[in-house]
Design a protein around this ligand. Sequence first.
Ligand code: ATP
Ligand code: MG
Length: 383
Amino acid sequence: MQEPYYDGIVIHFGELWLKGKNRKDFISLLERNIKSALGQEFGERLERLRDRMVLNVHSEDEVIHCERVLSKVFGISWYAPFRKSDSSIEAIVEKANSFFQGGESVRIEPHRALKSIGFDSKEIVAAFIHGTEKLNFVPEKDGKETLYIDVLENFSMLHKDRVKGAGGLPVGASGKAVVLLSGGIDSPVAAYYAMKRGLKPIFVHFYALQSYEELKSSKIPELLDVLLKYSGNAKVYYIPVHMFQIAAMKEDQKYEVVLFKRFIFETADRIAKIEKAKVMVTGESLGQVSSQTAENLKATSNGIETLFFRPLVGFDKQEIIDASMRLGFYPISIKPYKDACSLRSRNPVTRISPKALEAIYDRNGMGELPEISISKARVEFVP
Ligand code: ATP
Ligand code: MG
């Protein structure tokens, strides 16, 4: 069998409605993100053409490796390993042959980038139909496989394995977001959807473990490893919660969950201001657990200036689990971990008013905890 051989991977971007300067910035940002995801060795081989990019990789191993990286870069609509030919009909037909060997049924899908090219799409298809005796495959209108032929000015690109990209907008295109990351199933999935719409995450994790060293050997850095494949480099705040826990012990256990939420949202709000992030992202859904009611969401986030995004609000738990599996978080999310909020109460309050929550929060001096806790945070930049 002939050695698989490619001239590169062609990368197309989506959201084509973006116009003018926006579009230029969008493409430059996408280029930077792709380069940083690929790392130096492969990043240097990225080339920008007018309305697509080309990654100059050739062997099957390189292609597989780079496709895996590209599949996690937001802003890419599709990519495909291609082979190059001269932009003459004869050269195109000859190159097309190299993709097939067993009489496959193939639909020919030509596309001309410029109308000034001396022949049109119909002529390309006609050349295949009329030259069937020279072909390793059978050109058919409803062919099982599709061979795409992109005729550019100086050369043509032929490919058959188009892969759908991650879609969305390049991370950073929509500014920064503080992402509240627990060790659970929901928040990494919420982070994924926020990043997909171009938000650059600043991860904030509240931990109940005894020490930072213990935290670093827990599953949290593992989870971040997977998230960073989508986000690129990111800042992480690790915030100890023991002071909150001590303060909360004075209250009825049924308030612990809402007090904890209030505390983490106020802390995240401050971090958002420090980091100039416009948005805060949580993995909350509606009615998933008895404490996630509209009333509680209102009370815990009442008066907080940073805009809340809760991307999972319309998801069923099973849908979140399916997404978590598909995205690679699930095996880590289900590993045991000491939760920051012990959820001691079996009957957490389900409908607290903003006023009532504020009164309980204030009488325990919790208003001061966000600032103190941030001063005790470990802040890291993960390249
Ligand atoms: P998850 O699966 O994300 O832990 P959950 O179903 O356990 O969510 P809650 O415990 O109510 O739900 O948490 C709701 C959201 O609050 C989380 O999705 C996350 O965004 C945030 N959160 C909870 N615990 C922490 C934590 N220790 N550090 C940072 N954020 C947290
Ligand atoms: Mg949780």
